[in-house]
Design a binder for this molecule. Structure first.
Ligand code: DUC
Ligand code: ZN
Ligand code: ZN
Length: 485
């Protein structure tokens, strides 16, 4: 039998990374990229990619799968359906959240999440951890221990009754993530403003989905973003502001970055492709677009596009939060008469994230192909300690590769998607790009409209510490010298 040097060769690839564009054949062996050359010998399998963009598989650094809730709702996607959907949309690594329950430990959250994911995932995955109960044990013992074991990013909420932390608790956590070189991700909305306004809206009978958006105006996000940045500056440590929705928060971040602070930021498709008007459509239907922070207006959409192009945002994630519209477990958990506070927050988007950004960003000329790769794969991989194994096309990297089809237009229809949610907010929208082939560690998991992967191919990936934090500001140097950080 003929012996091949490669398990797979992708021929004539038009490759883009975050920095370069070049033509090459890609040789894959044992799930890794082992050769890039103008012409390679035959592989056991071959794909001709002539005329196609060939990009690193997407890294979706913010999605929710099989996450427990506290209101009786149930997430529709588990690790199988969620990662199947990811594969079909060109994403080969996901980072969902292991949620600490109040009264429980981070350790328990991580253990439960491994039980939920083991043998179920179709693409690779790492975990962020949500810290909801900042006890001394959690902060001082569990955080350093988990960071050592490959869980290096922690989401901290400034709002949501069952998740929120106060500034003092956030400082306690930041001081540990700073010392250990881990990353804190902050959900920035002012919880008291939201509660105050919500009470008044409900008292006036203003309960339909559109009032969700009014209850969390831009200023609420701007204030909390400013405060999160200030806490990070105070301790001279990096933080990443997740799911930034509005022009005002974007300005805060840009200004902080221009002062040399290590503030990272993420945005999501809903802030480019939806507005608050989408929450106001027919009766309860607007619930489909309820998420927090809420979609804003066209001015904010433009500010988010600008922020992607000018580098304010390093990360573009889906924030896939899979609640069905029909039935009693999703958006209607409190019935159609339930007020907006009873609607589970979140929008599905794992599968549509990359095609939407490719079409409206790259093909429409708003961002270039290198920026697309940077924000959808390379930068999230770097920030969360998965690079260079994930997020690029280079020798030694995992063979996570997407061959894109930009030759035909396609209309997004929920019936064609592979998640377990019964709607997409992008129903009927036309896109000019969709993956033709997705490979995860060398295995074809999606090809020409068909999911070809399997539960159990996806493996857990340990995250390295992103970067050691070094004191940079005068305050940071002084506090470090006094040994109080
Ligand atoms: N907001 C979050 O903070 N997480 C999930 C979805 C959402 O809308
Ligand atoms: Zn959030
Ligand atoms: Zn989220």
């Amino acid at each position: 039998m003929e012996q091949h040097q490669f398990d797979m060769v992708i021929r004539n690839a038009n490759i883009a990374t975050a920095t370069d564009i070049f033509q090459a054949d890609i040789g894959i062996r044992c799930g890794k990229i082992v050769a890039l050359a103008q012409s390679l010998l035959a592989g056991a399998q071959e794909i001709d990619a002539a005329g196609r963009w060939v990009l690193p598989g997407g890294v979706d650094a913010h999605c929710h799968l099989a996450q427990p809730t506290s209101d009786g709702s149930v997430m529709a996607d588990d690790f199988f359906t969620g990662t199947r959907s990811a594969a079909c949309g060109g994403t080969t690594t996901v980072i969902p959240f292991a949620l600490q329950q109040k009264g429980s430990t981070l350790e328990q959250a991580v253990r439960d999440y491994h039980v939920a994911s083991d043998g179920r995932a179709c693409v690779d995955y790492a975990f962020h951890i949500i810290v909801a109960d900042a006890t001394v044990h959690t902060v001082e013992t569990e955080l350093p221990d988990l960071i050592e074991r490959g869980y290096t990013s922690f989401k901290l909420y400034m709002t949501y009754e069952d998740l929120k932390l106060n500034d003092r608790q956030i400082l306690d956590i930041l001081s540990i993530t700073r010392r250990e070189g881990a990353m804190s991700m902050i959900h920035a909305e002012n919880t008291d403003c939201i509660a105050w306004l919500t009470e008044r809206l409900l008292a006036k009978g203003l309960t339909t989905p559109i009032y969700h958006s009014l209850s969390r105006p831009s200023v609420v996000e701007r204030e909390a973003t400013h405060r999160a940045i200030s806490l990070a500056e105070f301790l001279d440590t990096p933080v990443l502001i997740v799911h930034v929705s509005g022009r005002e928060a974007t300005e805060q971040i840009r200004q902080a970055q221009s002062r040399g602070l290590r503030i990272y930021a993420e945005t999501c498709p809903q802030y480019l492709f939806l507005t608050a008007d989408d929450l106001g459509s027919d009766g309860f239907e607007g619930a489909k677009c309820i998420c927090s922070p809420p979609p804003r207006d066209e001015g904010s959409q433009q500010a988010i596009w600008d922020g992607l192009d000018n580098g304010t945002f390093q990360v573009f994630s889906s924030d896939h939060a899979p609640f069905r519209y029909e039935g009693a477990e999703g958006k209607k958990v409190a019935g159609e008469d339930g007020d907006f506070t009873r609607v589970p927050n979140g929008i599905p988007g794992l599968e549509t994230r990359l095609p939407l950004l490719f079409s409206e960003g790259v093909l429409a000329g708003r961002i270039d192909i290198n920026k697309f790769v940077a924000v959808t794969a390379t930068e999230p991989a770097k920030i969360y300690g998965l690079y260079p194994r994930k997020g690029t096309i280079s020798i030694g990297a995992d063979a996570d590769i997407v061959i894109w089809d930009t030759t035909q237009k396609r209309t997004i229809r929920n019936e064609d998607l592979h998640h377990h949610v019964d709607y997409t907010p992008y129903e009927g929208r036309e896109v000019g790009a969709w993956p033709a082939v997705t490979l995860c560690r060398g295995e074809v998991v999606y090809r020409d409209g068909e999911f070809t992967g399997r539960a159990g191919h996806g493996a857990f990936v340990r995250c390295e510490r992103p970067k050691p934090a070094r004191p940079k500001s005068r305050l940071g140097r002084t506090l470090a010298w006094l040994d109080v950080l």
